[in-house]
Design a protein. Structure first.
Length: 517
């Protein structure tokens, strides 16, 4: 691997170093066109120079865009200018953009023209915020000569303010430093080594923490095949035409590849590994992939506040899972770069196989939440970052996620892990996917509700009978709701807050109390 991995202490240094080491190597493929490290660095430097002509170091600069080379340029240029990048989720409502811009006091916004128009039309958008459309105005900014010297950047400076997905309440702005990002990248490289000759396909949004995978490839001199969004046909085409060697996909995306009419096993012949997260890998899908291709699978456990991941279920683990399917329920073992422990409600260490909140002590942890000292104190304590996830370890040191601490369904005084119920429901042959949520109930607090995507029609009674055979009665869903597809957030996770809002009125229709056996 390139020595750049050891030399770099800040995000802009990644690109600058590779432009010096391998200037003609490809940094990005965009719509089948190659952009070299020299070309990318030249544009980034010009943009960073332009950014220094207004405002001051530490100013927040937002990006409102779907995937594009310009977004990648801004990821490097904004921190190179000593500013803090605030990636806005392009899928949010304009009112949410305005709220996040106001909360971070952003001085400038770079945005796709269509998104910028929606932002400016939103009530409450500050006219004091400078805007730059990612069109000829952006190009004009890059071609204007600026002689300002770029500021010195420290490793502990904040590089990003990245808002959480908001699965447990209003999104909070996580402060991610250069040092935190670099620690996260080096951790990821242990489990998913990068070769300079790699061509890595990235289909997830750049406004998500998953974008650290793009930085990871550049840290080791590899090329990134950037796509606007995931499409099975274009992914298969990229594998064939650009000789993709690694990629990141959600399990549902992998299934879409294998089910596509144009899929041929040879399409993935050059793919060494596919990294995935957000949801578990179904055994049937794993068997099909390993039966039809030579691809290795790698799952990780991480979050925004960790600048990436701290535990991995490796390629070897997935092969072992063919004979030990229970291993697929694990997110793998912690890396040596992170200390992962479990604590009970009193903050005491948990025994083996005992469930507790996952606490992480590592250099890649966030520095805190933007202007939220209370939330920062709750998350960052003496023993490490309290993740809000409930997990347990087995005898071999594999970590299993039980549920979100604040995503438990509390029914009749019982805490019910939605993930446990979901796994049982998915085991019914008529069910393609499901999400378990709690709906408010005046008597029981919450009733367990299963939101289903079905392969074939099935009655509520049949589903309940299936669950009662495998679960305690109080865990069996009281309501069964059917939809065409589960909504996903930018992280590729099921958007449970939106499901709760959508079906809140269904709670009144519940008549069966939770069984207490």
């Amino acid at each position: 691997m390139s020595t750049a991995a050891e030399d770099c202490q800040t995000l802009p240094a990644i690109l600058q170093r590779q432009a010096e080491l391998t200037p003609d190597a490809t940094a990005l493929f965009w719509r089948n066109e190659a952009i070299s490290y020299r070309e990318l660095q030249t544009r980034v430097h010009a943009l960073a120079s332009a950014l220094t002509t207004t405002g001051a170091p530490g100013d927040r600069v937002a990006v409102l865009s779907f995937n594009s080379p310009q977004f990648v340029e801004l990821i490097y240029a904004i921190p190179a200018a000593g500013r803090i990048l605030v990636p806005l989720n392009a899928r949010l409502a304009p009112a949410e953009w305005v709220d996040q811009l106001a909360r971070t006091d952003c001085k400038q916004v770079f945005a796709e023209p269509q998104l910028l128009a929606r932002l400016k039309d939103q009530e409450g958008f500050s006219g004091d915020t400078t805007t730059v459309a990612l069109d000829q105005n952006y190009e004009r900014l890059l071609t204007t000569t600026h002689s300002a010297q770029l500021p010195h950047i420290e490793a502990n400076d904040t590089a990003w303010i990245l808002f959480t997905s908001g699965s447990t309440g209003k999104p909070k702005g996580a402060l991610l430093t250069h040092a935190g990002f670099m620690a996260g990248l080096r951790s990821a490289a242990i489990a998913r080594p990068v070769q300079p000759t790699d061509r890595y396909l990235y289909p997830f949004p750049l406004f998500h923490v998953a974008a650290h995978n793009v930085l990871l490839q550049h840290l080791y001199g590899a090329a990134v095949v950037l796509t606007p969004a995931f499409e099975a046909a274009t992914t298969l085409s990229a594998c064939r035409e650009l000789a993709v060697t690694t990629m990141s996909l959600a399990p549902t995306m992998i299934a879409m590849l294998l089910e596509h009419p144009d899929f041929r096993a040879e399409d993935l012949a050059g793919v060494r590994t596919i990294g995935y997260g957000a949801s578990a890998m179904p055994l049937q899908l794993l068997q099909q992939l390993l039966r039809e291709t030579s691809v290795g699978l790698c799952q990780s456990y991480g979050m925004t506040e960790l600048c990436g991941s701290v535990a991995f279920l490796t390629v070897e683990d997935h092969r072992e899972a063919l004979d030990n399917p229970g291993l697929l329920k694990s997110v793998g073992r912690p890396l040596p770069t992170a200390e992962v422990t479990l604590v009970d409600d009193d903050g005491k260490p948990c025994a083996q196989r005992e469930q507790g909140e996952i606490v992480v002590r590592a250099s890649q942890c966030m520095a805190g939440y933007w202007q939220d000292p209370g939330a920062t104190r709750d998350a960052l304590r003496a023993d490490g970052l309290h993740t809000g996830d409930i997990g347990c370890f087995d005898e071999q040191g594999y970590l299993y996620i039980v549920d979100r601490k604040k995503d438990m369904v509390l029914s009749g005084g019982e805490n019910i892990a939605s993930r446990e119920v979901e796994e049982v429901v998915r085991g019914h042959p008529a069910v393609t996917d499901c999400a378990v949520i709690g709906l408010p109930d005046a008597r029981w607090g919450e009733l367990v509700c299963a939101v289903l995507v079905l392969q074939t029609e099935v009655s509520d009674d049949a589903l309940a009978t299936h669950c009662r055979a495998l679960l305690a009665g109080y865990k069996t869903p009281r309501q069964w709701l059917r939809i065409d597809a589960l909504p996903l957030n930018a992280a590729g996770k099921v958007d449970k807050p939106s499901l709760r809002r959508r079906f809140a009125d269904k709670a009144a229709q519940s008549v069966q109390p939770p069984a207490q056996d």
